[in-house]
Structure formats: structure tokens, C-alpha cells
Design a protein around this ligand. Structure first.
Ligand SMILES: [Zn+2]
Length: 256
């Protein structure tokens, strides 16, 4: 049986000695491939380092919108240097979202715009953090900065159908995360039911989702199948079909 692809993980959240076990458990659960994404310059470097050591792991580099690192010239150049590694296949995690962060909305918009520029300069797609309210801002910046030249994915989608639809219509992928199993996010069921097969991806966002970019959650890539089971049920289809669609779309997003 072909394997699953967890399109959004923060492997640098685990202690270094735990990382091989996390990857092994994922493989035992059928999660063959992992995209691990950075939050700042050091975190991005750590994820590239991990990806270099595990054949089934790929990396994204960026500064997270809730992370206080500035996206100044030095950071831009360091991230750009990391993209020269062949295991780096995306600019992420970037985006716009609320949270207990010192970053203002304007700072987040600027950082997001610079990350899209880095994506266009390096030919790499954009991994977009979002929340329920940030859809309009994301659409505005992504269009203005011509993000579709490289494409992108709304990761752990929290926007509702009104923002999700225009995004998938412009070709952005909609990645569904563990929120789909949380009753507080009931409104996401409509997004899951209506997004076309050609735009659907799934992920776990382990172990770093939340309103603070350094809060660890208890998810692991092996929990991808719990997300898949709910998505399959809501779309009235099989797990096999969800796997086939999500893996195909993740490969397409990452130009693999
Ligand atoms: Zn994340």
C-alpha cells in the first residue's frame, strides 16, 4: 500500500534524540513522507538539518508570523542560503494570524510579503499560517505579491468557506488539520465537504500548533490517519481516496 504524506510538521519541536523515534512511529503508521517547516532562522536551519539526515523528510524555511524574529536583510539572506539545499522544497511557515504575539498585523503582513518574494525568487511554494479572521488579509497580500507564480497551501485551514473558496479558485491548496476533530471548529466541515479533490491536502501540524509558536501539542505525524478518517467520512469517500488525493496534491504543491 502506498504511504501517506504529512504535509505539515515541526520536527524541531522534539528533542533531537526523540526525532528518529517520531519518524519511525510515523512510518509504522503508514506515514511515509513528512514536510517539516521552520518558525525562524534557527528553527529553519534545524529542520533542514533533520531533512538532510532522513530520506523521507523534506523541509520548509521561513519566519512564522507569530515568531518575533524580524525578516530583515540578514534573515532574508540566511533563509535564501538555506533554500540552496535540495531538501528545501517550500517557504514556510509564513502567513497571517492572531495569537498572543508581539507582532502587529502590519509587521505580519510585511513578513508575509517578504516570504512570498523569497518564494518567487527561489521558485518555492508558500506554506500559509492563518486563522478564522485572516482570510481577507492573506488573499490581499498573496495576490498583490503574485504568490500564485509559485503557488501555496493554507495550512491547518481555519478560514471559513467565504475565504477558502476564492483561494482554491485561484489554485491555492486547502490543507485540513486536527481542528476537524475539534467541535469548536464545526464551521470547517463545510470547507471540507466543498473543497474540490484537486485542492485538498491533509496534515497534523505536530507538534507546534497553537496561539503561541513555541507551544508544543501532543500530536505526532502518526495521527494523520485520524484527520484522514474524519475527512473521508465528511466527503463520503474512502481513506484510500483521501490518501491518493492528498499525496498527489502535496507532490504537486511541492513540485516533486
Ligand atoms: Zn505549523
Amino acid at each position: 500500500m502506498a504511504g501517506w504524506f504529512d504535509s505539515h510538521v515541526h520536527l524541531d519541536f522534539w528533542r533531537v534524540e526523540e526525532v528518529p523515534g517520531v519518524i519511525r512511529d510515523a512510518q509504522q503508521a503508514g506515514v511515509e513522507k513528512i514536510l517539516t517547516v521552520g518558525r525562524g532562522v534557527i528553527s529553519s536551519g534545524a529542520n533542514v538539518w533533520i531533512a538532510q539526515r532522513f530520506g523521507n523528510v523534506l523541509a520548509g524555511v521561513a519566519i512564522h508570523p507569530l515568531w518575533p524574529d524580524p525578516m530583515d536583510g540578514a534573515a532574508y539572506d540566511e533563509l535564501k542560503a538555506l533554500t540552496r539545499n535540495d531538501k528545501v522544497v517550500a517557504i514556510g511557515e509564513t502567513g497571517i494570524g492572531v495569537g498572543r504575539s508581539p507582532e502587529t498585523r502590519d509587521q505580519q503582513r510585511r513578513k508575509f510579503a517578504l516570504c512570498i518574494r523569497l518564494g518567487r525568487e527561489t521558485g518555492l511554494p508558500i506554506v500559509i499560517h492563518n486563522d478564522r479572521e485572516s482570510g481577507a488579509d492573506i488573499i490581499e497580500v498573496f495576490e498583490r505579491e503574485k504568490g500564485m507564480e509559485v503557488g501555496g497551501v493554507m495550512h491547518s485551514t481555519m478560514i471559513d468557506i467565504n475565504s477558502a473558496r476564492p483561494l482554491w479558485q485561484m489554485g491555492v491548496f486547502i490543507s485540513i488539520g486536527r481542528q476537524i476533530n475539534n467541535p469548536d471548529f464545526k464551521y470547517l466541515e463545510e470547507v471540507v465537504q466543498k473543497v474540490p479533490d484537486d485542492n485538498l491536502i491533509i496534515e497534523t501540524d505536530s507538534a507546534g500548533g497553537g496561539t503561541l509558536p513555541h507551544h508544543r501539542n501532543d500530536a505526532t505525524p502518526a495521527k494523520l490517519l485520524e484527520v484522514a478518517a474524519t475527512v473521508a467520512k465528511l466527503r463520503n469517500t474512502t481513506m484510500d481516496h483521501i490518501r491518493e488525493v492528498s499525496v498527489r496534491n502535496t507532490n504537486k504543491l511541492l513540485h516533486l
